[in-house]
Design a protein around this ligand. Structure first.
Ligand code: PMV
Length: 358
């Protein structure tokens, strides 16, 4: 397969409106480092989330000569930084979706999670946008199968946000070629599809908002730091080995290995940034305090809970649903005061992008 598989014919759609929603996702094996046009240096696997999502609506109509390509509103208001990102995204995808050149798009987007929560919204934002754009194409291409549609949505989302390629379906998505999952690809993410042990059914993800500010290091800059990283090759080997371990743990319900791998991945992501040139620290002292308390709680109460981190200080707690009440009580009593404005968000694993109106 090569990229030409994803080039659509050019056509001139009539006007219409589409609304869809797409969730965020949380990586268990982290995608960190990329080459070419958003290809990952190592395979990653993630839980798709459910409550933290972006809702995007696009009203489209034929574009007149010289007219701008799109107008973007976030929650009903203009937002220059998002608008610039979306402009770049449309440039990137134009050869794969040439029909967009014939359209004017009025885009409205909003998130279900608090705007200033420090949660990265690029995965849900770009996957919802990709879903809308490729749905227009599907309407004009009767030969497009459901699987081809999902692959192209993931492919297009990837060009906006690498991790966004993994928000399309769920509960578990895998992205990046590897020897342990034959359908995996660097071009798009696919549903894990294999046996998932019942322990992971409705798995919970509670996000502790340690800092609600926008990250001081963008993901793009973080990925760039991996290119000449002294531990690059070791990281590639580690990610492959951890992927193998976690695939087995998820199939067999081995929570001990699951916890070990997830936490190793979280710490590695930050260790790689701390050992990059120049060193970058993305966690805060509260992050480490919370991790210490969590480990004590796990040992003392025998609750199989673990943490993971994205490229920032917020802590994602992962645990089976049956421990929810006990965990929330623990958070309220011991962890909440480490959070900005005592904020934490409860989420659980979900099934990906959904069409709301077309
Ligand atoms: O999709 P990006 O370019 O914002 O990269 C996100 C990378 C991490 O969130 C840190 C890890 C991951 O795999 O989601």
């Amino acid at each position: 397969m090569d990229e030409s598989t994803f080039i659509s014919k050019n056509f001139k759609p009539k006007g219409g409106k589409i609304i869809c929603e797409s969730p965020s996702n949380i990586a268990l094996i982290k995608y960190w480092g990329k080459y070419g046009l958003q290809f990952p240096i190592n395979p990653s696997i993630s839980f798709t989330l459910s409550n933290c999502k972006t809702i995007t609506s696009i009203e489209y109509c034929p574009r007149s000569k010289g007219q701008e390509r799109f107008n973007f509103l976030y929650d009903g208001k203009t937002k220059k930084s998002f608008e610039n990102k979306i402009g770049k995204f449309f440039n990137r995808i134009s050869s794969f979706c040439p029909y967009l050149e014939n359209l004017f798009l009025k885009i409205n987007s909003k998130n279900t999670f608090p705007h200033s929560s420090g949660i990265a919204s690029s995965a849900s934002a770009f996957s919802s946008l990709a879903f809308c754009v490729v749905s227009i194409e599907k309407r004009y291409n009767e030969k497009m199968t459901e699987q081809n549609f999902l692959n192209k949505v993931s492919f297009i989302a990837r060009l906006g946000s690498g991790s966004g390629s993994r928000s399309i379906s769920g509960p578990l998505m895998i992205w990046g070629e590897n020897e342990f999952h034959s359908e995996s690809s660097n071009f798009f993410a696919v549903n894990f599809g294999k046996k998932i042990h019942s322990l992971f059914k409705n798995y919970q993800n509670t996000i502790l908002i340690i800092d609600d500010k926008i990250k001081h290091l963008s993901s793009s800059d973080g990925h760039k730091k991996m290119i000449n990283h002294p531990f690059l090759n070791d990281r590639k080997n580690q990610a492959r080995n951890n992927l193998k371990r976690i695939i087995n743990a998820i199939s067999n319900g081995d929570l001990q290995v699951f916890i070990e791998v997830v936490e190793e991945e979280a710490m590695t992501l930050h260790a790689l940034m701390m050992s990059s040139h120049p060193p970058t620290v993305l966690i805060k002292s509260q992050t480490l305090e919370v991790i210490k308390l969590l480990k004590n709680f796990r040992e003392k109460e025998k609750v199989p809970i673990c943490f993971t981190l994205d490229a920032g200080p917020n802590v994602h707690l992962l645990y089976p649903e049956k421990y929810k009440l006990k965990v929330i009580k623990f958070i309220e009593q011991k962890l909440m005061h480490y959070c900005q404005n005592n904020l934490f968000i409860n989420d659980s694993i979900g099934l990906g992008t959904k069409l709301l109106e077309f």
